[in-house]
Design a protein around this ligand. Sequence first.
Ligand code: ADP
Length: 387
Amino acid sequence: MMTELHSQPSPPFNVLIVEDSPEDRELYRRILSRNAGTFRLYEASNIDEGLDLARQHALDCIVLDFQLPDGDGIDFIHKYQDARFASGAAIVMVTGRGSERTAVEVMKLGALDYITKSSILEGFFTQSILNAIERQHLKGEIVRYQQELERSYQALSEFTHTASHDLKAPLRHIVSYCNLIREDFADKLDEKGAEYIKRLGVNAQRLQKLVDDLLAYSEVANSREEKTTVDCNVIMAEVLEVLEEPIRETNATLNVAPLPVITAFPFRVKQLFQNLISNAIKYRSRDRNPVISVKVQDKGNEYQFAIEDNGCGIEPEFSSVIFQAFKRLHTRDEIEGSGLGLSICRKITEMHGGGIWVESKPGTGSVFYFTIPKLEARRNVLYGTTG
Ligand code: ADP
């Protein structure tokens, strides 16, 4: 069940004040106790005491002095976050003098507000704490919502995987029986019967292809492959071997530039190149042989690959739609397909932290670009060569 968003946090809020000056603690206490029943206060005069109290109580907010006897506010935030206390309180940092650099630093660490001691006027101080609690609560809701979405997505793709996997065997039988009827009963079937069986076979094969593509689509999400060092030249050689038949049949020319060694999921990268090159052949122009180039540019922190074809091209208004599942610009009568190939490519680039897009001129050809960030492999070379 989906977690409901926008549920409000309700008082009293547990607020911990970590402040070494007794006068300042007294001031905060006075200001905050004016809103009767809104805050339950805990007080600490150094980092260790503060962490102890954070361990004991489910805190909503920590009002943190920047200068403490046993460290500074940043040390406290690090220790607090490392301890992963269940409540995950909002943090409001208070300093003697304001510094923009410190403010940016503590906000980056996750503090939700940063105020100077001189600006602690009653309404402002109380409101800063309430706002920080509200923002922290919303942050928590968003994380829960994302986790819920992730779980639903996982469940859906597991369902797709199981369903398509279970459909494979009966479908294979239908195709086999169609072939058997065609072979063994050819003389008993009249023209109409033979035509019906033929159509049945074609549709069953279409369904088989769709089920295979669905399975491939769901497997991308459930990939248990390890990221490793992948030599794209090796991958490309394998792809060209798999596509040997369509390349030969269409007289396609492939110009492949030297490719880099990347850190990636090897099987997925192969799938990515294979889908893009097979599309470049499939969606060729009817009046010329396919000429396909594979190039790469080193962009510093990522590689940008380009698969260029001289095919039929894509109208600009469809250049993002085609990356959605089941979106096709060609009918089945023109060219067979399930409309899943490019959505698989998109998922693969996303799982590597990259992106994919197309630039195209209808009637002239298309260039599909995708990027793969440069990262260190988590494991040693398991696939391809590094030479
Ligand atoms: P499928 O090939 O199964 O239809 P894809 O997701 O691979 O599915 O492609 C979606 C659509 O994008 C295709 O139906 C086609 O209309 C268009 N397309 C893909 N690649 C190319 C290309 N290289 N040139 C022209 N159109 C393309």
